[in-house]
Design a protein around this ligand. Structure first.
Ligand SMILES: Nc1ncnc2c1ncn2[C@@H]1O[C@H](COP(=O)(O)OP(=O)(O)OP(=O)(O)O)[C@@H](O)[C@H]1O
Ligand SMILES: [Mg+2]
Length: 211
């Protein structure tokens, strides 16, 4: 597994002071798998995702993404696309311009890929409206476009369906299935049991911290 693509979380624990949030979490997500993470508010779904991305450091255990140990062999894993909570964008710029600035950080993709990712999430790439005037669902779609635009092998999606209308949910489910078929490894947190049921190969249930 270590040299292959995907995510491996081994015996990961994380506490904030006396609050033990992650208690010996173990999961493996191979290529072409969607793994669901469910649990109550405050059970640690977002904390787990932040640990996988290297934004938070676990107290013990190890996390390997695409063959590299996070926090040891890499700070932010290569080939990882992320949407965690509400994504931040520059409010007075259009969706396209926001993605263009973000894409310029790695300089791996150009206009064609940005336009394609906006289309895939159902946004008009030519729309001049600044992000400040986007609805919640439009902002969420832009966040998903950002997560997929560089064609990552691994995707961390924290409540990606938040704020989406019925058509948006159907479109995003189809997109996730397509990404799975392309061999991506996806970790998906959702409070919607139906999303989890129709999309996921396996589910990790977070324990409440007082247990
Ligand atoms: N940086 C932090 N410092 C201290 N405590 C934190 C920090 N980040 C998260 N927590 C705590 O960790 C616990 C888990 O939070 P987390 O955001 O992972 O929950 P969640 O399962 O994603 O919940 P939700 O369903 O509401 O999104 C909460 O009690 C939260 O207050
Ligand atoms: Mg959360």
């Amino acid at each position: 597994m270590e040299k292959t693509m995907g995510i491996m979380v081994e015996h990961v624990s994380k506490a904030f002071g006396k609050e033990r949030i992650l208690k010996d979490v173990n999961l493996t997500i191979c290529a072409g798998e969607i793994y669901g993470v469910v649990g109550n508010n405050g059970s640690g779904k977002t904390v787990l995702m932040k640990c996988i991305c290297g934004f938070l450091r676990p107290d013990s255990g190890r996390i390997i993404v695409n063959g590299k140990q996070v926090g040891k062999e890499c700070d932010f894993p290569d080939g990882l696309g992320v949407i965690i909570e509400t994504p931040g964008f520059i409010p007075n710029l259009s969706g396209y311009k926001n993605l263009k600035i973000l894409a310029s950080l790695k300089a791996r993709i150009g206009k064609k890929e940005i336009v394609e990712s906006l289309r895939r999430v159902g946004l008009d790439p030519g729309m001049k409206k600044p992000v400040a005037k986007y609805s919640l669902g439009m902002r969420q779609r832009l966040g998903i476009a950002q997560a997929i635009m560089e064609d990552p092998d691994v995707l961390i999606l924290d409540e990606p369906f938040n704020g989406l209308d019925k058509a948006g949910v159907t479109q995003m489910r189809a997109l996730l299935k397509e990404l799975k078929e392309q061999g991506k490894s996806i970790l998906l947190a959702s409070h919607n049991a139906q999303d989890i049921e129709v999309l996921c190969d396996a589910v990790h249930e977070m324990e409440d911290q007082w247990k």
